[in-house]
Every structure is written in structure tokens, then in C-alpha cells.
Write a protein of this length. Sequence first.
Length: 163
Amino acid sequence: MTDVVTIYTTAISAAAGISGAAISQYIGVIREGKQAKRDRAERHEAAKRDACEKLLRAAIDLRTQVANNRSFRGDRSAMTDRLEKVREHAAAAQVHAASVALLAPESVAEQADRLAGAAGELADWTAVNTNLDQGALNAEPDFTVLNDRLAAFRTSAKGIAGD
């Protein structure tokens, strides 16, 4: 009988040790999984903020470049360089709007697309209204649409950032 009690005691002790080790490993795996999920969510939020910020920066840089082109008087080559900058800012707005669309909710993606569209329209207007021979912009640019789209995008982007 003592042999049976010893065997049971040994078996119970071994089972308790094994289950204790397994439970602590299981808890560690759960904790690591939760931390990985939090890390992914934080990276996604950071990427979303970064994409929104880059879109805003490209649109504002475009606006600034067009305004600067209006007051510029120079030769054909210099004005051609300035027009290239306008197109680069408009293209950057398109790319960053696509990034926003991949990361943000549909309502924000729609505002990003509208902002990029306004940037493209302003770049097209600038190209049409630039006199390369005189090295000047022929007309006063109208920033109303771009400014309205910037404001709408800022509002929607703030909504996803929780501000």
C-alpha cells in the first residue's frame, strides 16, 4: 500500500510541476501576443498620421510654390524649374493621398483624394497660366478650392487621430 501511495504522490507532484510550467509558458505567450497586437496598432496609427502629415505638407508646399511663382520674375530656365517644382508637389500630393487611402477610413480617404485633386488642378492651372518667355505667372492664382479642401482634410484627419 505504501508503494501505491508513493507512486501516487510522485505522479501528482510531477503533474503539478508540469502543469505549473505549462501555465506560466501559456501566460507568457498570451502576454506577448497582446503586446504584439498593441505594437501593430501603434505602428498603424503612426503610419496613418505620417501619411496625413505628408499629404498636408505636399499640398501646402504646392500652394507656397505657386504663390512664389506669382511674384517671381526671371528667365525661361528658372521659371521652367519652378514649374517642375509645382508638378513635383502635386505628384507628391497624389502619392500621399494614395497612402492615406490605404491606411485611413473611407471618409478620410475621400477627403485626401479631393485634396490631391485640387492640388492637381492648381498645378495644371499654373502650367497654363505661366508665360515662360516672360518668366512670370500671368494671373493671380485662386487658392479657394485648395484651401477649402485643406480645411476639410484637416478636420477629417483630426477625427481619426482622436484630437
